[in-house]
Design a protein around this ligand. Structure first.
Ligand SMILES: *[C@@H]1O[C@H](CO)[C@@H](O)[C@H](O)[C@H]1NC(C)=O
Ligand SMILES: *[C@@H]1O[C@H](CO)[C@@H](O)[C@H](O)[C@H]1NC(C)=O
Length: 536
C-alpha cells in the first residue's frame, strides 16, 4: 500500500513536471485596447492538463507533422521608404533607432516584432523619385558602366542600420525592370526585354549581387523580374514570358555558382495568386533546377491558389512577397484579411515568408514616382506603408505592422543564431471551428537537450461584422500531445508560447516504468526515468 501511494504520488509529480505551460502571450484586439501587447497569464501560467471535454472551438496541435521553415515577415525597402527613414534619422536619430529596434530586434525577450525579411528593388520602382537602372549607358553590353552607387545611398545606409539591429534579416533583391536600353520600347516603363539581352540581364543581376556585397549587405535571395505579367507605361515594369525568365534563371544560376553566390537562392515568378497554376508551374517545368522556388503577390486571386503550385511542386519553396495596404480602409477588416490570407494563411499554404509592400511612407502614401498611375497616382486613397513617417519627425505603426508582428513572434529564433520556426500540423474542430484561424510552429534549439518552443497564432474573427456587430470571445481548448489547455481568445489576434521536449513521450509509459521500479524496489532507477522523460 505504501508503495502504491508512493507510486501514485510519483505519477502526480511526473505529470506536473512533464506538463507544458503557456507563459507568454502577445495580443492585438479589434478595439485596439491591445496593440501587440505582451503579458503573462495572471495569476499563473496556463497548464496543459489531463483532457476534459473539448470546447466548442478545439485546436489540435500535431507536432509529428513538421513542414517548411518560415524565414520571416517584413516589407520592401523602396527608395521612398529609405529616404523617409533616413530623413527621420537626420531629424531625430533617437526616435529612428527606437523604431528600428521595435521593428527588427529579434533578441529573445525583447519587446519588439523581430521582423526578419526585407525585399529591395534593384533600380527604380513606382516608389522612386525618377526612373533609373544601375547601368543606363545604352548598348553597354559588357556592363562597364554598371554602378551600384546609382542607387540612392539612403537604401544602403538604412539597410546597414537594420542589419546592425538584426543581422539575421533576409535580404531579397529584384528589379522592377531591366535597363531601358535592353527593352523593345527603350524605356523602363512597360514593354519587354529584347531576347538578345537575356545573358546581359543575367550579368546585370550578378553585378547587382556583387554591388550589394560591396556595400556589406549579404543577399539571401534574388528574383529576375517583379510582376512579369504586368506591363505599365507609367512606371518601371516589364512583361517577361516564362521562356525568358527561365533562360535568365539558368544563366544567372551558373554565374552565381562560379562567383561565390552558390548559397543565394533564385526565386521565380513574383506575381499574383490567380496564376499560381500557370506561369510558376511552367517556369519549374522549363527551368526548375535553377530556381529554389517561387513567390506570390495578393492583388488577384486568393491564398488557396498557392496550392495549385505546391500540389505540383511540393519540394519547391514558396514565398509571399507583396501586398499593399490602401489608405482609408477599415483597421480591423484589414487585420482579418492580412491574418487569414497572408500572415497565417500563406504559411498554411506552404509559404516561408509574408511581406507587405512599402516599409515606410508618409501620411499621403508618398513619395510616389512622378507621373505614375500606380497606387492611384498620388490621389486619395493611395498606398499605405507599414510605418507612417511624418514631416515633423514623428511616426506611427499601421495595421500592416500589428498583423505581421503577431506572426513574426511565432517564428523568431529562440536562441541567438538558432533556427527559425517551422510550421507544424494544426486543425480546429467543434461548432465554433469557423471562428478561429490558426497557424502553429515549432522552433528548435541550438542545444537539442533544451526544450523546443511551440507557438500558435490565432485570429478570432467571430464579430458578426456583416450583420449586427457583436464581437464574441471564444473559449477554446488546445490539445497537445494528449494534454489540454484552455484559453479565451478575444476578437483579435493572439500569439501564445509554450515549451516542450523535442520528442513526444507518453506519461503512461513513464508511469509504467516508475511503477515497475517502485515494485521491484529499485528506487534508484526513478531519477533516471524522470530524467529521460523530461529530456524526451
Ligand atoms: C472555458 O472552458 C473551460 C472548459 O473547456 C472551463 O474550464 C473554463 O472555465 C472556461 N472559461 C471561461 C472563462 O468560460
Ligand atoms: C535588442 O533587445 C535586447 C533585449 O531587450 C537589448 O538588450 C538590445 O540592446 C536590443 N538591441 C538593439 C540593437 O537595440
Amino acid at each position: 500500500m505504501m508503495r502504491l501511494t508512493l507510486a501514485l504520488s510519483v505519477f502526480a509529480a511526473l505529470e506536473l513536471a512533464a506538463s507544458q505551460q503557456i507563459y507568454d502571450i502577445w495580443q492585438t484586439t479589434w478595439d485596439r485596447d491591445m496593440l501587440f501587447t505582451y503579458f503573462q497569464p495572471n495569476p499563473d501560467p496556463i497548464n496543459f492538463v489531463t483532457p476534459g471535454p473539448a470546447a466548442s472551438a478545439d485546436i489540435q496541435i500535431d507536432d509529428s507533422s513538421v513542414y517548411q521553415t518560415v524565414y520571416g515577415f517584413g516589407a520592401s525597402l523602396t527608395d521612398s521608404s529609405a529616404s523617409l527613414l533616413n530623413g527621420l534619422k537626420n531629424q531625430n536619430s533617437g526616435s529612428y533607432w527606437q523604431l528600428l529596434d521595435y521593428l527588427f530586434n529579434m533578441t529573445d525577450g525583447a519587446n519588439a516584432a523581430g521582423l526578419s525579411y526585407i525585399r529591395v528593388p534593384i533600380g527604380a520602382s513606382d516608389f522612386s523619385t525618377q526612373d533609373y537602372s544601375l547601368d543606363d549607358s545604352s548598348g553597354d553590353t559588357s556592363l562597364n558602366d554598371f554602378n551600384i552607387n546609382d542607387a540612392p545611398s539612403d537604401v544602403f545606409s538604412v539597410l546597414s542600420d537594420i542589419l546592425s539591429v538584426n543581422d539575421r534579416v533576409n535580404v531579397h533583391i529584384l528589379p522592377w525592370s531591366p535597363p531601358g536600353w535592353m527593352k523593345d520600347g527603350g524605356t523602363m516603363n512597360g514593354g519587354s526585354l529584347e531576347t538578345q539581352y537575356e545573358d546581359t540581364m543575367a550579368n546585370y543581376l550578378l553585378k547587382s549581387l556583387q554591388g550589394f556585397k560591396s556595400k556589406g549587405i549579404p543577399v539571401y535571395a534574388i528574383s529576375i523580374q517583379n510582376e512579369p505579367e504586368n506591363s505599365n507605361p507609367t512606371y518601371p515594369t516589364c512583361d517577361m514570358p516564362v521562356a525568358t525568365e527561365a533562360a535568365i534563371g539558368q544563366s544567372l544560376r551558373s554565374l552565381m555558382n562560379s562567383n561565390g553566390f552558390s548559397s543565394t537562392k533564385i526565386i521565380g515568378y513574383e506575381h499574383n495568386w490567380n496564376d499560381a497554376g500557370g506561369y510558376p508551374v511552367q517556369l519549374m517545368q522549363q527551368a526548375g533546377d535553377y530556381f529554389a522556388g517561387v513567390s506570390f503577390h495578393c492583388y488577384d486571386g486568393d491564398v488557396s491558389d498557392q496550392a495549385s503550385f505546391t500540389s505540383q511542386y511540393p519540394d519547391k519553396e514558396v514565398y509571399f512577397t507583396e501586398c499593399s495596404g490602401t489608405m482609408g480602409s477599415d483597421w480591423w477588416s484589414d487585420i482579418k484579411f492580412y491574418m487569414d490570407e497572408i500572415f497565417i494563411g500563406s504559411p498554411n499554404y506552404g509559404s516561408s515568408s509574408g511581406l507587405m509592400w512599402n516599409l515606410a511612407l508618409d501620411g499621403n502614401g508618398e513619395p510616389l514616382l512622378p507621373g505614375t498611375n500606380s497606387c492611384n497616382g498620388g490621389s486619395y486613397p493611395g498606398c499605405r506603408g507599414v510605418v507612417q513617417i511624418n514631416s515633423d519627425g514623428s511616426w506611427s505603426l499601421n495595421q500592416e505592422f500589428y498583423s505581421m508582428a503577431q506572426a513574426s513572434k511565432a517564428i523568431i529564433p529562440k536562441d541567438a543564431g538558432g533556427p527559425f520556426g517551422q510550421r507544424i500540423g494544426q486543425s480546429v474542430s467543434g461548432d465554433l471551428d469557423w471562428a478561429l484561424v490558426v497557424g502553429a510552429y515549432v522552433t528548435t534549439r541550438t542545444d537539442s537537450s533544451q526544450w523546443n518552443r511551440y507557438s500558435i497564432v490565432v485570429l478570432n474573427w467571430d464579430d458578426s461584422a456583416s450583420t449586427t456587430w457583436n464581437p464574441v470571445p471564444v473559449n477554446a481548448t488546445i490539445e497537445f500531445r494528449g494534454m489540454q489547455a484552455s484559453y479565451v481568445f478575444p476578437v483579435g489576434v493572439t500569439t501564445l508560447w509554450w515549451y516542450a521536449p523535442a520528442q513526444s513521450f507518453s506519461v503512461v509509459d513513464t508511469f509504467k516504468h516508475a511503477l515497475k521500479s517502485v515494485w521491484s524496489g529499485s528506487l534508484w532507477d526513478l531519477p533516471v526515468y524522470l530524467w529521460s522523460a523530461l529530456r524526451g
